[in-house]
Design a protein around this ligand. Structure first.
Ligand SMILES: Cc1cc2nc3c(=O)[nH]c(=O)nc-3n(C[C@H](O)[C@H](O)[C@H](O)COP(=O)(O)O)c2cc1C
Length: 365
């Protein structure tokens, strides 16, 4: 299977699947001299790991990350310093239950990758979905932890802004509450609404979709490129590569189609320090594929988990028409755990563009 690598200069390859002994990533192209601790990387993985509330899958994985290469330990014994050689990170799989999947060994779950996997490869690891299992995204989150360190002053945060038809009130947006509720919600008022709604979905063995918003601050103005390597293009590609993502918007996205040029224009003035100031940010921090220096804003839509308890019509690999019902432990709304994954994929795109810009212009931004 090819295509397990993304990025150009900050180049990430992931390997492994949910029912092997471990999975991980190799980052090639990370500059030397970047300092990080294992607990910093682990903190991002802890945000993504399963079993943290009743609203996510009850699989139990500790997702403890190990760094196998590409670093030297500093004298404090805690800090790693990158050496510029490939950084390999590994996460062991500890909670596999292959029998959960025996009923779908031949049956194609509607909405999952089972059918297309068989069509393409002719062989399918039905125990958890092989490379189409979102367990692979743990490795991306680890890579994102390093990517965040590559760009000085970069902050990448994400929040869940919609579950099913229930949206947050943006006037209530408060980043400080995102880490204090099981949904990564930025609006405290939506939490009880989502709790009640998702409890109903969960108890019915059903599932529902969601929208995640990612905001990157401290993105240096000038990184990106005007056509085939637009920063927004690469962010969209990275987000679209996440399992179950069906739509990506940058800035005001599809809303831009419904407003006038006057309304959409991000007007400019000179600030008190003599530097340019934008009076709005409909563009999501990117113009002509190049960062403006404003926050980069992206949203992505996640479909409902396809593994549901109610029977859906399908076929099996022997050509029979069957009804499929997926037992086992599944996320009723995968959008929740997609929040740190979205952050990681945006961080990787920005780190890659930062290094590409430095390579081309020779300037530190
Ligand atoms: C964090 C996360 C967890 C997921 N867990 C499940 C799951 O438990 N069951 C399931 O059917 N799909 C799950 N998915 C979605 C599938 O991996 C995805 O729908 C499938 O690979 C088909 O790919 P596609 O939806 O991108 O077309 C999850 C996705 C994410 C992002």
């Amino acid at each position: 299977m090819s295509h397990n690598t993304f990025g150009h200069l900050f180049r990430v390859t992931t390997w492994g699947e949910s029912h092997g002994p471990a999975l991980g990533c190799v980052i090639d192209g990370c500059p030397p001299g970047i300092r990080f601790t294992l607990s910093e990387i682990q903190a991002w993985l802890d945000k993504r790991k399963p079993g943290q509330s009743r609203f996510v899958t009850q699989r139990r994985e500790d997702d403890l990350v190990r760094v196998l290469s590409g670093v030297m330990a500093d004298e404090d014994g805690e800090t790693f310093i990158t050496t510029g050689t490939p950084i390999s990170m590994m996460i062991e799989n500890t909670d596999q239950r292959s029998k959960d999947y025996s009923e779908i060994a031949k049956r194609y779950r509607p909405g999952h990758a089972d059918y297309t996997y068989d069509v393409k490869y002719g062989i399918r690891d039905y125990r958890g979905g092989g490379r189409s299992s979102a367990r692979e995204t743990a490795a991306r989150v680890a890579a994102g932890g390093i990517a965040r360190k590559v760009v000085p002053g970069l902050t990448v945060r994400a929040a869940l802004v919609q579950i099913g038809k229930h949206r947050i009130n943006r006037d209530n947006w408060d980043w400080s509450v995102v880490g204090t509720n099981p949904f990564f919600a930025p609006d405290p008022a939506i939490v009880p609404v989502w709790e009640e709604y998702l409890d109903g979905i969960r108890k019915a063995g059903s599932s529902v979709g969601a929208v995640v918003e990612v905001v990157a601050e401290g993105v240096p103005a000038g990184i990106g490129a005007p056509i085939y390597a637009k920063l927004d293009q690469d962010i969209a590609a990275n987000l679209m590569s996440i399992n179950a993502v069906k739509g990506v918007e940058i800035g005001n996205g599809f809303e831009a189609a419904a407003i006038t040029g006057e309304e959409n224009a991000d007007e400019m003035r000179i600030g008190p320090d003599g530097k340019p100031v934008f009076l709005s940010n409909h563009a999501g921090g990117i113009l002509g594929g190049i960062a403006t220096g404003q926050p980069v804003v992206a949203r992505f839509a996640i479909k409902p988990t396809s593994s549901i308890l109610s029977e859906r019509r399908s076929i099996d690999s022997d050509g029979n028409e069957v009804d499929v019902r997926t037992k086992g432990r599944h996320d009723p709304c995968v959008g929740i755990r997609a929040v740190p994954i979205g952050e990681a994929m945006v961080a990787c795109a920005i780190a890659d563009h930062y290094l590409r810009d430095r390579g081309q212009t020779g300037r530190l931004k």
